[in-house]
Design a protein around this ligand. Sequence first.
Ligand code: NAI
Ligand code: MG
Length: 788
Amino acid sequence: MNKIAQIFQSLDYGPAPEGPEQAIAWLESHGRKFGHFIDGKWTKPGKTFSSDNPANGESLAQITDGSADDVNAAVKAARAAFKSWSALSGYERGKYLYAIARAVQKHSRLFAVLETMDNGKPIRESRDIDIPLVARHFYHHAGWAQHLSREFPDAVPYGVCGQIIPWNFPLLMLAWKIAPALAAGNTVVLKPAEFTSLTALLFAEICERVGLPKGVVNIVTGEGDTGAAIVNHPDIDKIAFTGSTEVGKIIRAATAGTGKGLSLELGGKSPYIVFEDADIDSAIEGLVDAIWFNQGQVCCAGSRLLVQESIEERFIAKLKTRMASLRVGDPLDKSVDIGALVAPVQVERIRDLMKRGAAEGAVIYEADGPVPSKGCFLKPALVTNVSPANTLVAEEIFGPVLVAMSFRTPEEAVALANNTKYGLAATIWSENINLALDIAPKIKAGVVWINGTNNFDAAVGFGGYKESGFGREGGREGMSSYLKPAWEKELKPAPAARAVAAKAANPLDETHIDQTAKMYIGGKQTRPDSAYARAVLDPSGKLIGEVGEGNRKDIRNAVEAARAALGWSATAAHSRAQILYFLAENLDYRRDEFAARIKAQTGEDGAAEVALSVERLFAFAGWADKYDGAVHNPPLRAVAAAMIEPLGVMGVVAPPSRPLLGSIALIAPALAMGNTVVLVPSAQSPLSMTDLYQVIETSDVPSGVINIVTGDSVSLAKTLAEHDGVDGLWFAGNAEASTMVEKASVTNLKQTWTSRGLYYDLADRRFEGTYFLARATQVKNVWIPYGA
Ligand code: NAI
Ligand code: MG
């Protein structure tokens, strides 16, 4: 046999290592010991720890464990730099971003090798994916900087952003955080992960080299404590975090009530769905990329294979064959598929999870093939024979372990796909585009890849639903997470709610017949579970009506009804618009009665409030089919459809003032976008909304789309905040209760908007714009490849 034929037969090929010399020379140039990069200067190394190469356990350098003082110094520098940085023209800021992109490209091999040595990922990935995407991100955001004032006319940067990133894509996550922050005019304090800080330090040198003004980018290294010092620093205006859901929840709780902006990009357990009509060989290659890319240490890893039963056997057999040809080994070797995991502690964690899964009945298959004896290596693994409750199905493994299950029908595939607390990404394989596009909107995830996987681009938003976090990185959505409305700083404290003492002998006003308003749940008027009533007084303290005292049980029933009504999300926007118009029309028809009721409760001009409420319903009816998505053209043969989707079930706790408009102004945008609502109307003036039941009933609003529970705003808000069936919660009330709501929201990381004791004048027409629409929705990006 000739040599070439022999090679083909054995498929052996020699090692092709990338040299580490330049990366080592760079480390040596710093004496293999680093301080922080603060205010454009390197600090003296303090207490240090080692950053190791996980492929061989060798120490690469000593890096400083940042103290609270270090964080303080960095925040001070970022604050000092903010004024002039944000005052630069977008063009000027854009030029710096452009220069950074160029410099990253110029030093791309050094970055790639250093990344691979510090993290263990295959050089093929750091060279061909991580670093090119880093450059792409800075280029893309150079453009945003320049067009900022045109595209976001009423927005201003937050100020100083604290950014905390994980170790799986060290430089890429840095780019995702720093590029939009700087484009928007913020300055940053960034903490890389303790296992992988070196490319961030090399990046600091790039900032120096391009002459970025001092203090604009500050890099503080350290562990979790250093991250916590950033999160809790009082002079930081926004926190952006990528990492585990566990720490994300700690950060959500820690920032509650502080008014800090927050975006969280957390864990995942993303489904990889293969239908029987898929191009199976492509689906197998996609799967290799979905779960073994970066050793499976990917937040959006396709770690749950859901394969249609009719092809299961064939698919698994092919997969095993393919697994046998994956090469595990030296990450610097260009022909290695699977490198080292980031650190021994992660290897241990994964082994433990696998042991638990096996004890629960899972069958674990590992491909044959050599694995280096030293270093953090694991074989690719395939887990079968699992029930949905198995640890390996439920938990994010963050390693090279694929879990496989099968399904029969598309409905079952959707149910299994959504049977997780996470919602970061999903992949769908089918040659039937109709089927794929039918499934994509049904999956609760921020990114859906059709017939492809792990596509990323700076122009396309990335981020999660549910406990995978909130906020997006990339694209327009990503830019908006680094901006806030300019008028926010003008908000004044809300006036204290009027305290009215009930009159001594206080019979129900003789002009009102004795009527106790009930709850409105699932389209029916229901008695309060507590069987208690609360008094509604006029401004002089006279009793003018009674409503039910809602409790936990009423909220639970209302949430259940709202969940059952989620078909509303899938109705055409045009139909939702028609219903909101009809509601407006029917309200207008009874305007005198509603005006009188407002006047009776508040003493204020009811006619004006009713007119504004009708107008507001019109406004959001008008928005229903116009607040729309986009189609992106990322640099590959695919389009990414950015679809605007509702959050789901929203709790809305209305402010005490403006009994009608206060509720309408909040529920109208939520409903227009397809959310169903559990409303807690003004606690002291609830009668305008209980009067509305009849209007709702005559306006074709489907049962369960609007549910109304009267009672104490704060205790009902608490129940809503803690409820896992609530996807978003808006609370207008005092600062203390707002803090409570944000803290309690960690149960399922529901998105919150709170007024924090500030006066949002809902009569202001700025609130008939996109402000609440953006907060009632989330963006899902669906990637659709084209070409034969
Ligand atoms: P982690 O969430 O603890 O670390 C991420 C970053 O947060 C690091 O920079 C860390 O120093 C910092 N940090 C830790 N505690 C903090 C705190 N209390 N306040 C502020 N910052 C804090 O993740 P870890 O421990 O490295 O990995 C554990 C597991 O988390 C992984 O096995 C994986 O399942 C998951 N994970 C998920 C990621 C994702 O992107 N979805 C990324 C990293 C980890
Ligand atoms: Mg390392």
